[in-house]
Design a protein around this ligand. Sequence first.
Ligand code: FAD
Ligand code: FES
Length: 291
Amino acid sequence: MSASAPANITRVCPTENIYLPRVAVLDRVLTEIPEVKTFYWRFENPVEQKAFKRFRPGQFAQVSLFGVGEFPTSLPASPTEDEVFFTVRQVGSCTSALHRLKPGDRFGVRGPYGNGFPMEEYYGKNLVFVAGGIGLIPLRSCIVYALQHRKKYGRIQIFHGSKTPRELMYLPNLREWEATDGVECYLTVDRPEGNWKGNVGVVGSLFTKPGVQVPVSDTVAFVCGPPVMFRYVIRDLLAMGMREQDIVSTLERYMKCGVGKCGHCCIGVAYVCVDGPVFTYEQIKALGEDI
Ligand SMILES: Cc1cc2nc3c(=O)[nH]c(=O)nc-3n(C[C@H](O)[C@H](O)[C@H](O)COP(=O)(O)OP(=O)(O)OC[C@H]3O[C@@H](n4cnc5c(N)ncnc54)[C@H](O)[C@@H]3O)c2cc1C
Ligand code: FES
């Protein structure tokens, strides 16, 4: 096994039975935004489906495309939802092979892996979700989980920004979430198109809009998105008084094994696949990743 976990990080060690890829069948495909599709699937063996669905928001799986390769992807469904699915941007050989699959086609899945977000530790706190572009994929699971345990959390705010209105992720979900009592949802785009009447600007520009009041005490901020967005949002949140240990994110690193064996995902002394991918900003800085 890999070296021991850094002192301030609790490592989640996968058990033997999740090392094996299992055969999954594609049920249906939904186009989310250009180049990004959601793949609804199930394991061939229903017993494996039941075991897999014990995953935590923020964990990930390794997907095998037979004859092509394997890649890590988040689990955007909440474990409390009926279906499991991946939402994947087509960027290279494996993700293109997944995008070519048709309902009924088979592929491999192993996992769930990684630590995930400790949603129970956040009971009683306000939750602020800040997502740039496809950064909403790993946060979707936490948002759905929080809404399904609504009474256990304080205020819930969702801030989401994309380049254009066509690239806003999970738009039907966003509309549903913003209609939920006690949930505030704020959207922005870099470039307005069509009949867009909403905010124009980077996602952090929403924090200071009239009527928006971001809570900073007893609050956890989930931040996911491209590095440049991450850097500016962190700066804004810290300036508003948030503590580094109350800001959480997921780190994307090249992965091979996903189970702490190969060292491909190492940052300093941490293995992103088993010590992460969820880290607090305080931990990210301690690992020398002050992006
Ligand atoms: C924990 C985790 C969760 C992820 N969740 C999702 C998700 O939910 N949806 C999604 O679309 N993608 C997700 N990714 C990214 C996804 O794993 C990569 O896009 C995928 O591995 C690309 O494989 P490929 O064979 O298609 O591309 P390749 O042919 O391997 O590469 C194509 C291009 O993408 C770049 N690239 C590949 N992998 C990465 C990476 N990990 N980080 C940065 N650049 C990379 C390469 O440098 C190259 O430019 C996640 C990654 C990690 C580590
Ligand atoms: S140690 Fe192999 S991917 Fe993390």
